[in-house]
Write a new protein. Structure first.
Ligand SMILES: O=c1ccn([C@@H]2O[C@@H]3COP(=O)(O)O[C@H]3[C@H]2O)c(=O)[nH]1
Length: 288
């Protein structure tokens, strides 16, 4: 039943693992793989760091609640045990971004992997008994640096800016600088003047941004919205990014939009804007 529902993806399992291992990224470049939804894997820098953002590599949402409308439409390109990365970045606490089953599987299979998660929600990682030494609480504007990589968390508004009592943002995006290649993973957010200002200063080479939007029907079912395809394109162009990569459109049939609308909108309004739409498991090599 589940198998019939799942749509094909470009690459997965052993073949994807080998590709990730064998990819040597030239200076001034990064390799990016889509893992579906907001999940991406990024490789680059002098130490060939591998960073993963928001891996949802299980069926945990539908296993925990068989009546959920959030049933996967694509298979996980890798199992949690196969995800061999230096650092996992988590943008926020929703199960399709902070999947505790994925995180537990990764952490048990790869004892060296570190986990960066919003300070407001690191307590959720204690539920899976992740060693606190492996957790880096992320706070907006507080830079995290390791091995030639600089990560600056930026607060997002998953329709609203929300924060805990200490003022730590619930929803984060990440400005990631790998050896001079600047990547902005927005996380889940709508467009705000503050986000435009900060992203314009960062001047990303590559911006990964959601396009699924939001509407009355979804909001009334408790689904929190994001920027839509028009807002994503306008935002990406306004901040001056070189390459736009739409995300958050392939996982759940009830909470997505057609990426061809994003492409069509760019075609008509910003024909000089570079973009790349990815299939899960696909590799993109970006050179500055
Ligand atoms: O653990 C979960 C999983 C999902 N959700 C809802 O489903 C939506 C899926 O897309 P999104 O990640 O933009 O936003 C999510 C939320 O609205 C949730 O509230 N809690």
């Amino acid at each position: 039943m589940v198998k019939e529902r799942l749509r094909p993806i470009y690459n997965s399992g052993d073949s994807l693992l080998k590709e990730i291992q064998r990819t040597i990224v030239p200076e001034g470049g990064v390799a990016v793989w889509s893992l579906g939804q907001a999940g991406v894997l990024i490789k680059g820098g002098i130490f060939e760091e591998i960073i993963c953002v928001d891996p949802y590599l299980t069926f945990s949402i539908e296993l925990e609640d068989p009546d959920t409308e959030f049933k996967r439409e694509i298979p996980p390109p890798l199992s949690p045990q196969e995800l061999d990365v230096n650092t996992v970045l988590i943008t926020h606490f929703h199960g399709d971004h902070m999947d505790l089953t994925t995180i537990k599987g990764v952490s048990q299979a790869h004892p060296e992997t570190k986990f960066v998660a919003p300070a407001s929600h690191v307590h959720m990682l204690h539920e899976i008994e992740l060693d606190v030494k492996r957790i880096i609480p992320a706070k907006q504007q507080q830079v995290i640096s390791f091995n030639g990589v600089t990560i600056t968390p930026v607060a997002g508004a998953h329709t609203e800016y929300e924060m805990d009592q200490e003022g730590h943002a619930y929803y984060l995006g990440f400005f990631i600088d790998i050896n001079g290649v600047r990547i902005f993973h927005t996380g889940d957010t709508v467009v705000t003047p503050d986000l435009i200002e900060q992203a314009t200063k960062f001047q990303p080479h590559v911006t990964l941004l959601p396009i699924n939007g939001g509407d009355y029907a979804r909001t009334s079912r408790g689904i929190v919205g994001n920027m839509n395809f028009r807002e994503a394109a306008d935002f990406g162009v306004e901040i001056g990014t070189d390459l736009l990569v739409p995300i958050h459109f392939d996982m759940f049939s009830k909470n997505r939009d057609n990426p061809s609308y994003f492409v069509d909108y760019l075609f008509h309004n910003y024909p000089g804007q570079k973009f790349h739409m990815m299939s899960a498991g696909e590799r993109l090599i970006y050179l500055k």
